[in-house]
Design a protein around this ligand. Structure first.
Ligand code: ARG
Length: 321
């Protein structure tokens, strides 16, 4: 302000001294915002978000089905196996943070993969499809914000979306699986946010009676995807082939219950995965394809109807695009 009280041409009004923001949002991630985001399913994993299950699992003891679980869990063992998983991440150079809800969450809070999905410009928060899990996304939103991870969008209206239904096929393309947990409204909202950041969204229908897209496709390298014979949608396999992926088909010698758990993996980096111990036939097929397998015991955790892939919210991988 000058002596006459004139404010025109002062910095606050755009005069000399004004310092305009010139970098893009993406350029500020890793600096103003915490380094985060993914644009592939296979690049080196850097950080994950987990929730160690605790007292909230007691609700599952009486009537597991009422909280979307298969069997009652032993709380002590579930906690120990979860700790071992976090330890395996750290041993493989991955930073593992906890959601740490304020107060007791709902029973499925530990399935962090369902609660958000990352893009290179921030997280898309889920909106879980059942009342049993409604609101779990709030604690994830709070933790991501505290950690300095930008939130790109939340769902509106009647959209329901669970993070395990979205997969990056390449840095320009995501595929969303439509079914019980993710609907058309969500796919449209995701597509509009993705378009803003230069990414195309392809939606595919999933077979009735399946849970998540993650349960029929896993990508373990730039050119290697694992698919499930007669379960992975036709257009998914075609889209993968068009992008140069080789398909490793799960062995049909094993029952569904085995394949479900053996496919519930997290890619630690190109051709390196974290998987459940005890699925030797499938592990052998992975190893034959040149995939290094780090194993942990999840025999208690699987009773909740999920495993490593579902328990792990991926916050950051190296970007490949
Ligand atoms: N991404 C997954 N497969 N998550 C498993 C979630 C299991 C959980 N009991 C539910 O029904 O929501």
């Amino acid at each position: 302000m000058d002596k006459t009280g004139n404010t025109f041409n002062s910095a606050a009004y755009g005069g000399p001294g004004w310092q305009g923001r010139t970098r893009t949002h993406r350029e500020e991630i890793g600096d103003l915002w915490t380094a985060s985001g993914i644009d592939s399913e296979y690049a080196t994993l850097r950080s994950v978000l987990l929730h160690r299950p605790g007292g909230e699992l007691a609700a599952a003891l009486e009537d597991p089905n009422s909280v979307q679980m298969l069997e009652a869990l032993d709380l002590g063992r579930a906690g120990e196996q979860h700790d071992a998983m976090a330890e395996a991440y750290r041993a493989n150079g991955v930073d593992a943070q906890y959601v740490d809800p304020a107060g007791q969450p709902t029973p499925n809070q530990m399935f962090c993969a369902d609660l958000f999905v990352m893009s290179p410009e921030g997280a898309i928060l889920a909106r879980p499809a059942s009342t049993v899990r409604a609101g779990e996304e709030r604690w994830v939103a709070r933790r991501l914000a505290d950690a300095g991870v930008p939130i790109l969008r939340t769902m509106t209206g009647n959209a329901v979306f669970e993070g395990a239904d979205l997969m990056w096929l390449d840095p320009e393309t995501v595929m969303v699986g439509l079914g019980l947990r993710t609907n058309e409204d969500a796919a449209a909202q995701i597509a509009s946010s993705m378009e803003e950041i230069g990414v195309e969204t392809l939606a595919v229908d999933m077979p009735y009676g399946t849970m998540h897209f993650m349960g029929m496709l896993r990508i373990v390298d730039r050119d290697l995807a694992i698919c499930w014979p007669r379960r992975t949608p036709f257009s998914t396999v075609r889209a993968l082939e068009e992008r140069g992926y080789e398909i490793l088909w799960l062995p049909t010698s094993e029952p569904d219950s085995v394949l479900n758990r053996a496919l519930n993996i997290v890619t630690l980096g190109p051709r390196k995965i974290l998987m459940l111990a005890g699925y030797d036939a499938v592990q052998k097929a992975y190893e034959k394809a040149g995939i290094e397998c780090v194993t942990i015991d999840g025999s208690e955790l699987v009773k909740a109807a999920g495993a490593i892939g579902c328990l792990t919210g991926v916050v950051r991988r190296d970007l490949v695009g």
